[in-house]
Design a binder for this molecule. Sequence first.
Ligand SMILES: *[C@@H]1O[C@H](CO)[C@@H](O)[C@H](O)[C@H]1NC(C)=O
Ligand SMILES: *[C@@H]1O[C@H](CO)[C@@H](O)[C@H](O)[C@H]1NC(C)=O
Length: 175
Amino acid sequence: MRSLVKNPFLLTFLPLLIFLLSNTFASADLINRICELTNDPSLCSNSFRSDPRSTNANLTILGRISIKNAQKSAKVAKKLIHKASKSGNYTECLSIYDDAISNLKKCKKAFKSHDYGQLSTLVSGAMTDASMCDGSFGRGVQGPPQLKFASIKLQVLCNIILVISNVLSGITTFK
Ligand SMILES: *[C@@H]1O[C@H](CO)[C@@H](O)[C@H](O)[C@H]1NC(C)=O
Ligand SMILES: *[C@@H]1O[C@H](CO)[C@@H](O)[C@H](O)[C@H]1NC(C)=O
């Protein structure tokens, strides 16, 4: 310890190092605390960790990232539907996803203005849309499996937004 304290380099940088490390852990912990409240914690934490801005991010930043991820995912699903349209009638499914994309776009504004009631309504709408598309191919008709996966993923990403919204509005408290 003596030699450590005598080392001027360490003396200067050790506090900084500890500060940086504790910040990193605090953020990782925040992601874990959010994700364990969702219905798919591992997809949740992967979705955050694929975005470098989630490092050291607080709830506001993580909320923005989660909305952006859901928007991206809805657009990916819409592309899949476009592809599938060659082999079936996906008119209804397309308009359902247009509605989901429009709901998620409005989420950004509701989040920015801390309107968590409106945010929940919009996110729940997008989740319902995603699940409705699956049932819109007609009785007994299965859509493409990638679309089914995209729909489930979108619902998990929406679930993350709801969790963050509920924590920020005080409806949910962390364990
Ligand atoms: C997160 O940080 C931003 C700016 O750094 C701040 O405006 C915002 O209020 C913070 N959010 C929370 C939930 O602390
Ligand atoms: C596709 O389905 C929509 C409604 O689900 C219907 O209005 C439309 O006529 C159908 N198109 C074709 C080509 O069958």
